[in-house]
Design a binder for this molecule. Structure first.
Ligand SMILES: Cc1cc2nc3c(=O)[nH]c(=O)nc-3n(C[C@H](O)[C@H](O)[C@H](O)COP(=O)(O)OP(=O)(O)OC[C@H]3O[C@@H](n4cnc5c(N)ncnc54)[C@H](O)[C@@H]3O)c2cc1C
Ligand code: HEM
Length: 402
């Protein structure tokens, strides 16, 4: 627990972090990478360039200070970060380095306002949180029999285009043994050695049922959009990785794990490549011909961008309680209404459809704006926020806490 002498300083930091959290975070990463260039291999430099990881760290610090009396609210946030840290190999020895540069950045940005008692309070608060992370990460590593940073080699067994922009890769163990357990919804980190020589890791959700001999990932090729350059790792995978190649990957991690063993309804809402964890869930439910009520709602631009159609069709044949709603934003002339898709436009589920599932849980995955709209729509239809979970394909900006 934070000491009584430090508490007022952390409380008083809330407006300061609102105003300067972004700047503190930027200065932190700049100084950290200047002094420890080796850490750029651990961090996602695409997120750094786009500014999203800086925003996520600023949001996390702000959420921490703002919820210092309501630490229960931070539990799910901490759990997500712990899984992300474990997937990239964060270890206890990293924490003093990060702490030093974080306190240094607060001092640099706040200048004279960063009095010694304020810096001491943040040092204490940092270590309180850091110890929580270290303990939770150790527990996770131990539970999986892993050391931080352990990676495994896996052979690419196949590479298939699942849509115009998504390629799936099936991965098998080098010795032919089964790929190993995971919980549908979880992801692995994939390590890429880019043409510049830089090593980078990215997370990809496992996109097939659990219990199979192989793992599968489905990767959307991120193309250049105006000033935003083409994605580095997705294009590296797309161009350079072929059947027979070896990929270095982490063990599966992730706390987005839709409950499979219940009898209540389950609703899976996705857009674009956000379909990947949902397919893992759906294919696993289909394996056991699960009788539950299942809503599978998906939104994409049109038939050519509609990934994993075959999996969804095959699952539908095995799942008597499955209802499908497919939204095409701009269907092509030959996309067939009622056959390929059920509604034109962006996903807007009818309140009656939502209500039919409101006893169960709703799981969301897709672009930020998509998830915000669905969240509002579900809440407006009477779904409890405790019955909604989401996966973010990037750093979580924690708007719900900030
Ligand atoms: C838990 C989780 C699960 C995921 N699952 C999947 C999945 O199943 N399938 C999938 O395809 N993806 C998934 N992702 C996303 C994936 O990890 C990568 O983020 C994605 O493939 C893009 O990586 P990249 O290296 O190609 O792009 P990056 O090079 O990292 O670029 C990312 C974005 O940043 C922009 N950017 C880069 N530099 C700049 C700059 N200087 N200025 C402005 N913008 C810039 C790029 O244009 C691009 O839009 C998942 C992510 C997470 C966190
Ligand atoms: C108390 C200290 C720390 C806090 C509050 C913190 C916070 C965060 C947050 C909020 C994220 C984003 C999670 C998400 O994807 O939603 C994250 C990711 C990450 N953190 Fe930490 N972290 C801490 C310590 C560390 C340490 C010690 C390291 C090791 C150098 C580290 C390395 C990383 C990496 C590599 C990522 C993934 C970055 C990315 O994908 O862009 N963190 N952390």
């Amino acid at each position: 627990m934070l000491s009584a002498s430090s508490l007022p300083y952390i409380e008083a930091s809330v407006p300061v972090l609102r105003a300067h959290g972004g700047e503190i975070s930027k200065v932190f990463y700049r100084n950290l990478f200047d002094s420890h260039p080796e850490l750029t291999q651990l961090f996602n430099m695409g997120n750094q360039a786009a500014g999203t990881q800086q925003q996520a760290l600023a949001a996390a610090l702000f959420a921490y200070a703002a919820n210092i009396h309501n630490t229960d609210a931070l539990g799910p946030v901490i759990n997500r970060i712990v899984h992300k840290h474990a997937s990239v190999g964060v270890c206890p020895a990293h924490y003093p380095i990060v702490g030093q540069f974080l306190i240094g950045a607060i001092k640099e940005v706040l200048g004279d306002a960063a009095t010694p008692p304020l810096l001491n309070a943040w040092d204490e608060a940092y270590w309180l949180l850091a110890r929580q992370f270290i303990a939770a990460e150790k527990k996770l590593y131990d539970a999986n029999g892993l050391q931080p940073g352990d990676l495994r080699q896996m052979k690419v067994l196949s590479k298939t285009a699942t849509s115009d922009e998504v390629s799936t890769f099936t991965l098998g163990c080098m010795d032919g043994s089964p790929a190993g357990p995971f919980i549908p919804g979880q992801y692995i980190s994939v390590v890429a050695t880019l043409p510049t020589g830089q090593s980078q890791q990215r997370q990809y959700s496992l996109s097939d049922a659990q219990g199979l001999a192989h793992w599968r990932i489905s990767v959307k090729r991120v193309t250049q959009q105006d000033a935003a350059p083409a994605g580095e790792v997705s294009n590296w995978l797309y161009k350079n990785i072929h059947p027979g190649d070896i990929l270095l990957v982490s063990s599966p991690f992730g706390d987005f794990t839709p409950a499979l063993n219940k009898t209540t309804p389950i609703a899976l809402l996705s857009a674009g490549v956000g379909i990947t964890p949902m397919i893992s869930v759906l294919n696993t439910l289909a394996q056991s011909k699960c009788p539950r009520s299942i809503l599978f709602a998906h939104a994409t631009r049109h038939g050519a961008t509609h990934a994993h159609i075959e999996d969804v069709k095959a699952a539908k044949n095995k799942l008597p309680g499955m209802v499908m709603h497919t939204f095409y934003e701009n269907p092509r002339p030959h996309d067939r209404l009622e056959i390929d898709y059920t509604q034109q436009g962006r996903m807007r589920l009818d309140p009656a459809v939502i209500t039919a599932f409101s006893e169960g849980f709703f799981y969301l995955c897709g672009p930020h704006a998509f998830m915000q709209v669905q969240w509002k729509n579900l809440i407006a239809a009477g779904v409890s926020p405790h019955h909604i979970q989401r996966e973010v394909f990037g750093p979580d900006l924690l708007e719900q806490l900030a």
